[in-house]
Each structure stands twice: as structure tokens, then as C-alpha cells.
Design a protein around this ligand. Sequence first.
Ligand code: F0G
Length: 406
Amino acid sequence: MPRYWLQCFECQARQQTENTSFRCEKCGGLLEVKFNLSDRSPNWKKRSLSVWKYKELLPIDRQESIVSLGEGGTGLHHCKRLGKKLGLKKLYVKNEGENPTGSFKDRGMTVAVSKAVEQHRKRVICASTGNTSASLAAYSAKAGLDCIVFIPKRKIAPGKMIQVIMHGARIVEVDGDFDKALEIVVKLVADRRDLYLMNSVNPYRLEGQKTLGFEIHDQLDGQPPDTVILPVGNGGNISAVWKGFNELQQLGLSKDKPRMIGIQAAKAAPIVHAIRNHASRVLPVANAETIATAIRIGSPVNWPKVLRAIRDSHGTAETVTDIQILNAQAQLARDEGIFVEPASAASIAGLEKMVEDRKIDRKDTIVCVTTGHGLKDPSIIDRIPSSKQFYTLTGNNTDQLNKQLF
Ligand code: F0G
């Protein structure tokens, strides 16, 4: 029996070959990597926290293929001050902004770029709202791969844009949103074998991202939290983390699994609509809009995986407004010293809303995943909720300043 294989998420067909679009050769469904978990008892305890700590459960065959910038091992911060305000004793933030390029994408990219190297690929491609392209550009630079990214014109946060440019990727600006950019990229790869697709339909990427779940479990001393809250865009991350918790259970390392809660921006919330309506499919939202540009997505390609993660875990999905996102972003920064980008703050905003609506048990252990660093998006500087922070020193009049300050 092989260590791992590709299987259809929908019809379970084991894939004989790998096509460029990462779709099932039988039914066209999404693919996932399946591991033979029966004879595996990995001894992880002595290794330090990182994505590659869990290498037995990552689909890379040769150590020499690994392209790493030191991803994973991010902090799980016990948020006592914010928790107290919300009446929660066990509130944690898993801060993915601490990754090498400042977002959780690095977990997936180290694995997918390693796979590209292992398969002797030379050229990688993605569509992106910013972080995927920043991460892919960096890992491609490290691996010496030709990197092409498709991004929605003028809708990428400046911190992400500078990363893509700095790492030397070639950039195609699309007149349209992320959904259109991804559609074009998927069409392109279908016709060309020399392009390796790096969006989250690439199942190898999600394998790296599942280590987020492994790390949370490790950092809570081998206990799963009751609830994990994540921002949802294309839906790769919430599905990957859920897969991670499932594998821990199958390995006998964890009895329970958390409930998964997905947060979307109110005007970009196709998953939330489907969950609320008990729908079997996710209908795309046209003209998705939010200040959290990272999750400005109307047609999430991983929707079948997201629906299953939320429903199987007895979780749910919630919307938050841009104002709620901006308030939560400032609150986390001011109460806990953690500066995250707007999309990441959606998880905190969603928690706050659910606490208010009494949809969260205050005794629970709750982990909010903050997915990207605050410096990614300085463009929101004029929209930071105001508090008295600026003072003026006129001439040398320190007496007057003293009066103002103290
Ligand atoms: N948070 C941030 C900061 C993101 O950049 C993304 C996705 C998400 C959350 C949502 O994750 O798509 O797995 O549900 N950004 C992608 C990109 C789409 O291109 O960088 P998801």
C-alpha cells in the first residue's frame, strides 16, 4: 500500500494520473490527498513546532525536494484582556501572520512548491487576492521557479503587492475580481502541461495547511479546542484544518474534534447563505465587496469541502460587516498587541458577534485563527477607529504638552 494517494472528494475514485486542473478524472470533483493512517504512529513529541515536524503526514517523497523558509510554529496566544471583555477565559489567537511571508499561505506553499520541485516543474501559476501570490513568489524565488500571478487590478493590498514585485514574479492584472482571475488561470492550465496550478484546488497545498490544526492541538497539550473560528474566502483553509483534526482522531491522538466556524464579509458571503438555507450547493455572489480584500470572493471553489467541514463538525458560518471587522482589528491590536490584516480580524469580529448573540458557550476553549499580518494592508490607515492618540508640540511649549498628556 502506498503512503498516500490522490482521491476524489466527491466520488472517492482513486486517481490513476494527475491532471493539470486537479479535477477527478471520473466526475470532475475536487481532489484530496489520502494517507494510509493505519500503520502510522509518528513520534512527533521531541521535534520543534513547524510544518515539517509532521513530515510523515505530508505528501513529499524526498527530503531533498523540500523548499522551506521556516514556516509554521506560529504563536497560540492566550488573549486574557480581550477574553475578559468578552467573558471568555479560554480565548486563544493562532497568529498566522508570524509565518515567513506574513500569512498562513506559507504552510501550503512550502509543500506545494516542494511537490513542484519533486515533479521537475519549472513554471508555477496562481490567481490571488494577494497573500497566495506573495507566498508563491517567495517560495518560487527560493526554488528558482518561474512564477506568474493573476491578480484583480487595484484590489490588492500594498504590502502584498510589494512582496510579489520584490520576489520577481510576473504579474497579470485582471480587469475584474478574483473569481474572474481564477477562471482564466484554470482555463490556461487546462491547455498547457508546463504550468503548475498553485491555487487551493491543488490538494498538496492543503496538506501543508492542515498542520495548522496539528499545531493548535500540540500547543493545547494534546487537547483539541471546542471551537475554531476562521475567515473564509475560497474555503481551502477551513477544509484543510478540519482534515488535520480528522487525521489526528484517526491516528488515535485525539478523541474529539472542534466545531469549525467560518466567517465571511457580509457582501461576500456565499458560504454563509448556503449554511443558513441548508442548501446542498453554494450559489455564487456577484460583485462581492469588502474592505477585507483577501476574502473578497463570490464563488469559492472549495465549497463542497467547506460545507462538509462545517456540517460534519456541527459548526456554523456567520457574516460580519466592514465596520465590525475594523473595530475588531483595532481591538485585537490594542488589547493583545497582535496586529492582523482586516480579513484576519473577521474571525475576531465573528466571535464578538456570536458571543453577543449567545451562540458561544463562554466556558469553551476557543481558537480564532488570524490569517495574515497587519502590515500587509496599510491602506486602511484612514479608517482605524479613532482614539485620542495625536498631540502637537507647539514651539518649545512643553508645559502645554504636559497638560494635554498627563
Ligand atoms: N485570510 C487571508 C489573510 C487570506 O489571504 C485568505 C485567502 C483567507 C483568509 C481565506 O482563506 O481562501 O482558504 O478560505 N486568500 C487567498 C489569496 C484567496 O489569494 O491570497 P481561504
